[in-house]
Design a binder for this molecule. Structure first.
Ligand code: SF4
Ligand code: SF4
Length: 426
């Protein structure tokens, strides 16, 4: 959300026609999608079952021009003065309001939190690249001509995880380079046309890192102040990704750093064992619930893969609708997961809970900042540093989950904290 330009797109037509040039994946000429679907169904049957990922016969990799933040620039249905003001407002504190959480100091803090991420994402605008959001991060230096011996993959995986945490990641897992989740094309931000990725050949693994958001800032959603919790983690992850990429390249292996760009991180985070998918469209982790942002590194460094973990989220979400109930524009679904797309901003052919991103982003644009009420109210959003939180999680993950929900209903845990209370706290 650190858009660098608010100019309307010069070339809507190409995107509007969805005339996708087939560069995907890794800049290959296209393979036949029908054959690919059959190959994927076979290859991922077992691991998808473990991860709770269900694809249907019309599965189609996502094209990034259709993501909501990109459509806000080229799609006349989405683009408006409000969406322009939304992005511009993340660069400079404009139009502060009298309402708590939207005053100039709140906007200033949010924008300061985003500053490092914005610096990275804006530096290659002339080349149509928005690193970390609409193109991979081109950083990390040359690859050493001497490869270290990585035949002991267990040791190498342990060291990579240790270093990810040393650099500042809160969670780290490893999965395979599952090409289904790589965007079919990236976006050239000069004209919002489709462009090929610059991924090298031979990538085999993805290191997925989780970055926990500040609990007390999240408690003030919706507010510009709360948006600092997102910006902070994007800025943190930018540095962490570049540091780990540099390390791997110094070992003599390929490594490409990525935040929201290049591919969908949610299925990769689930496959890497970091958490389970929830109704609020987020990965719910045992440590931080849904209060986590994810980054990723594509590499050919030999590593062991983690196993997806079931922590009872699916079962809990089946009896809980707090996120959907509390969503102001009613963008989140009730009922079981569906394979239908609310609109083109949802990937086709995955049976899951999907938000109506048009409604969701419409609300963001209306309030001039991001929203994560669905994160704040989720019963899994807990600090986890007290016995009540630990007991809740135990019960929530057991067959007594209705009792956990009953208990959560009666607590003040999810109540919005006033921004003035946040500023006044020590
Ligand atoms: S972020 Fe806000 S608007 Fe979007 S789905 Fe969550 S609660 Fe609804
Ligand atoms: S609020 Fe309830 S339904 Fe929504 S993600 Fe959290 S546990 Fe699932």
């Amino acid at each position: 959300m650190s858009e660098t330009t608010t100019n309307p797109p010069k070339n809507n037509q190409r995107a509007a026609n969805n005339a996708a040039p087939d560069f995907w994946p890794s800049n290959h000429p296209p393979d036949d999608l029908a054959n690919k679907r059959a190959e994927w169904a076979e290859k991922y049957r077992e691991s998808d079952k473990l991860a709770g990922i269900e694809t249907t016969d019309d599965f189609t990799p996502f094209t990034q021009i259709n993501d909501m933040f990109t459509r806000a620039f080229w799609d006349k249905k989405i683009h408006s003065k409000k969406t322009d003001a939304f992005f511009q407002g993340h660069r400079v504190a404009i139009s502060p309001r009298r309402a708590e959480g939207f005053r100039q100091k709140d906007l200033a803090l949010r924008n300061a939190a985003w500053a490092v991420s914005s610096m990275l994402s804006s530096r290659k605008g002339d080349e149509g690249k928005r690193e970390g959001f609409q193109s991979a991060i081109e950083e990390g230096g040359p690859i050493s001509p001497d490869k270290v011996d990585a035949s002991d993959t267990a040791q190498m995986t342990g060291e990579i995880k240790k270093l990810a945490k040393l650099f500042g990641a809160d969670l780290v897992g490893v999965t395979d380079y599952d090409e289904r989740w790589i965007y079919k094309t990236r976006v050239d931000t000069r004209d919002y046309s489709e462009a090929e990725h610059d991924l090298p050949e031979g990538l085999t693994n993805v290191i997925v890192m989780g970055h926990s958001m500040d609990h007390d800032l999240v408690a003030t959603y919706p507010s510009a102040l709360a948006g600092a919790s997102s910006g902070l983690e994007y800025s943190h992850e930018a540095g962490i990704v570049v540091q780990l990429v540099t390390y791997i390249r110094n070992l003599g292996y390929q490594a490409v750093g990525s935040m929201n760009d290049t591919g969908l991180v949610i299925p990769l985070a689930i496959k890497a064992g970091l958490g389970e998918y929830g109704r609020n469209q987020m990965v719910i982790t045992p440590q931080y619930g849904p209060r986590v942002r994810f980054s990723k590194i594509f590499t050919d460094l030999p590593l062991d893969h983690d196993i997806p973990q079931k922590i009872g989220v699916r079962e809990f979400c089946d009896i809980c609708t707090k996120c959907a109930d509390n969503c102001p524009p009613k963008a989140l679904p009730f009922g079981p997961p569906q394979a239908t797309q609310p609109n083109v901003s949802t990937i086709q052919g995955v049976k899951k809970w999907s938000a109506d991103c048009e409604k969701c982003f419409g609300y963001w644009a209306a309030i001039g900042t991001d929203c994560a009420i669905c994160m704040r109210v989720c019963p899994f959003n807990r600090k986890g540093d007290n016995w009540q939180d630990r007991l809740f999680l135990k019960i929530a993950q057991s067959r007594f989950r209705k009792l956990a929900l009953w208990w959560d209903d009666r607590s003040t845990r999810a109540d919005r904290v006033k921004p003035s209370a946040w500023w006044g706290s020590k």
